[in-house]
Design a protein around this ligand. Structure first.
Ligand code: PNS
Length: 166
């Protein structure tokens, strides 16, 4: 039985900042759904030090996906499942880069399933060229003056350079 209305996927994360790996996952997802909501969490499950504010992350995501029909950007606070339900989402998307991601991802997927049994989590593999990229490594490389153009879009690279120049 197909679900009523458009098929909506939520792609949640910290996106601090969005990388080419994230872009790849969102664009793979829009081939499977009518709408993809890239959702920036105010409340990340793992404690991380942030570089960009949530508003800055959203601005970057909007610029990066400006030409991608069906990919929207939003922020949420509180539980992901509550946001997903409020958006009429059918599934959550997460990228799996390596086996090391799996334990944490499975735990989150099962917790979300426990909190809202109707939500499914789908895992997508990024293109192999992006499988080693993470926002935290991009932040570190940029901070130390390394070249990040292979890992992030030009607008993100510019914003990283501006952050660390100041
Ligand atoms: O990109 P990240 O930082 O690995 O994303 C983690 C994120 C934001 C998806 C996760 O922390 C999350 O869903 N936070 C929202 C709060 C929540 O619902 N917590 C319970 C999920 S197990």
């Amino acid at each position: 039985m197909s679900p009523p209305g458009p098929l909506v996927g939520i792609y949640p994360g910290s996106f601090d900042p969005v990388t080419r790996g994230h872009e790849d996952i969102a664009r793979r997802t829009i081939r499977l759904a009518d709408r993809v909501i890239v959702a920036v969490a105010h409340t990340a499950t793992q404690k991380k030090s942030g570089l960009f504010t949530v508003d800055e992350r959203i601005e970057l995501l909007r610029e990066v996906f400006a030409d991608d029909d069906g990919i929207e950007v939003a922020a949420f606070s509180g539980l992901l499942v509550d946001f997903a339900r409020s958006q009429g989402a059918h599934f959550v998307i997460r990228g799996l880069r390596a086996v090391s991601d799996f334990e944490y991802e499975l735990q989150m997927a099962q917790m979300n399933q426990e909190l809202w049994p109707e939500i499914e989590t789908l895992f997508l593999a990024p293109e192999v060229d992006y499988s080693f990229i993470s926002s935290s490594l991009v932040r570190e490389v940029a901070k130390l003056g390394g070249e990040v153009k292979r890992f992030v879009s030009p607008v993100v690279r510019e914003r990283l350079q501006a952050k660390f120049a100041g």
